[in-house]
Write a protein that binds this ligand. Structure first.
Ligand SMILES: C=C(O[C@@H]1C=C(C(=O)O)C=C[C@H]1O)C(=O)O
Length: 422
């Protein structure tokens, strides 16, 4: 296990207002010189960062507890001057957590520079251990180069191999072992040179502006699913489960959306996911609103059944509150299954790969306990010239392996396209 790194000096943090810096992603410096660029952007708003003033690499079943303890320590010792005072100003960290308890490393990073924008207001935060640094100039840099000569190949399993794993899961469900399990597969993209993560980030945020485009320590993607957002006591979660592929023909897609909203298989799968989120949030909330029926979320590649769950939390003195909630929710039935423990065991028994940080919480938090933790979906892990893409599907009693494979293919599309040149 990687030992947690604790910086000895307290963090010195300063946030000042900024004139509109334009496209946040265009500010990220070249990844060859600054590998630690971080991003969390949706519809043009969000946070981007670079450099690492403090880093923690927790692992194992208590990775969230380690992360919380570290954050409580950082918040308790940091010297902060915040002239903007919005969620995401002052001391902030980005994080990305392993899906499983047994495998994979997680990471939390406090960037040296964070630039944020929210509702027409922008700011820059500088953080360093021990001494105050000067506020850097914030300006767009040279755009990144596209990945070169990208080829794709199967990851741990071929499509046919994965279909037989799905068929095995359907057998287990019909034997009464569990109700739902989410199974994923990976795909490997290989380029002829190291991939600059800023390229796919730009492409993803352009093509999927309604999703949260993220990058933390090599894991990037554009997720449509918000595990939990906490903002001044208001807690929200966007639950997705139940998917249909788009055809590109708007009229036909509308008809398909109506079919999705009536499909008992998809409604059942969705219900498990909503229930798992509502049950996990309930102990942390004084009041909650769980809509009775889902809406259909239209994305360029797929449509999902979606439910926005909202609640009010009474846990106002927890500086890691958003992470406490993310831990309580992970893994929801949207990425694990029902019952959770049986589904987790089945995933590690038959999926045949390590998910790493795919399908784990990814996002940011500040020193007030506010933050946003998405589920790292439509994502990939970048390692030099090699990029590992992930996609998964919820399997229930009447799932068809071939249809699930096609659904997984559709979920690879965002990152696949983002790795292509223009
Ligand atoms: C597991 C993934 O997606 C999840 C599974 C869904 C489904 O099975 O219908 C829909 C949205 C996500 O909650 C993925 O994108 O990899």
């Amino acid at each position: 296990m990687t030992q947690p790194q604790v910086s000895a000096d307290p963090l010195v943090v300063r946030t000042v207002p900024l004139d509109d810096p334009g496209d946040l992603l265009a500010l990220l410096p070249g990844s060859a010189t600054t590998p630690d660029v971080t991003a969390w952007v949706r519809n043009g708003d969000g946070l981007v960062g670079w450099g690492a003033a403090a880093v923690l690499r927790p692992a194992g079943a208590d990775r969230f507890a380690q992360a919380r303890a570290w954050w409580v320590d950082q918040v308790g010792t940091a010297v902060v001057r915040d002239e903007v005072r919005l969620p995401g100003t002052g001391l902030v960290c980005f994080g990305s957590f392993a899906f499983a308890d047994e495998t994979g490393d997680s990471v939390l990073v406090v960037p040296e520079v964070v630039v944020g924008r929210r509702g027409g207001r922008a700011w820059v935060t500088t953080t360093s251990a021990g001494a105050l640094t000067t506020t850097p100039e914030v300006a767009p840099v040279e755009p990144p180069a596209p990945p070169s000569n990208v080829t794709f190949s199967d990851g741990a399993m071929s499509g046919a191999g994965w279909e037989s794993v799905v068929a095995e899961a359907v057998r287990r469900i019909n034997a009464g072992d569990l109700e739902k399990v989410v199974l994923a597969r990976d795909l490997v993209a290989t380029a002829s040179e190291d991939v600059d993560v800023r390229w796919p980030l730009h492409r993803l945020s352009e093509s999927y502006p309604m999703c949260w485009t993220f990058h933390v320590d090599g894991l990037f993607g554009a997720t449509p699913e918000m595990l939990v957002r906490r903002e001044r006591g208001l807690v929200t979660s966007r639950v997705l489960a139940g998917t249909i592929r788009r055809t590109g023909d708007d009229e036909r897609d509308l008809a398909l959306a109506a079919t999705l909203a009536r499909s008992s298989k998809d409604l059942e799968e969705h219900e498990y996911a909503v229930r798992s989120v509502a049950d996990a949030l309930a102990p942390h909330c004084t009041s909650m609103n769980v809509p009775e029926a889902p809406f259909v979320l239209h994305l360029p590649n797929v449509m999902h059944l979606a439910t926005d769950v909202a609640g009010v939390t009474h846990e106002t003195d927890d500086v890691a509150s958003s992470l406490t909630l993310a831990e309580a929710l992970h893994p929801s039935a949207a990425v694990g299954g029902t019952p959770t423990s049986v589904a987790r065991e089945l995933i590690s028994e038959i999926e045949g790969m390590d998910r790493g940080r795919y399908a784990g919480p990814v996002g940011w938090m500040d020193a007030a306990g506010d933050g946003e933790w998405g589920i790292a979906l439509r994502s990939a892990e970048i390692d030099g010239a090699r990029v590992r893409l992930f996609a998964g599907c919820g399997i229930v009693a009447d799932s068809d392996p071939a249809a699930e494979l096609a659904e997984a293919q559709a979920k690879f599309v965002p990152v696949r396209d983002a790795l292509a040149g223009r």
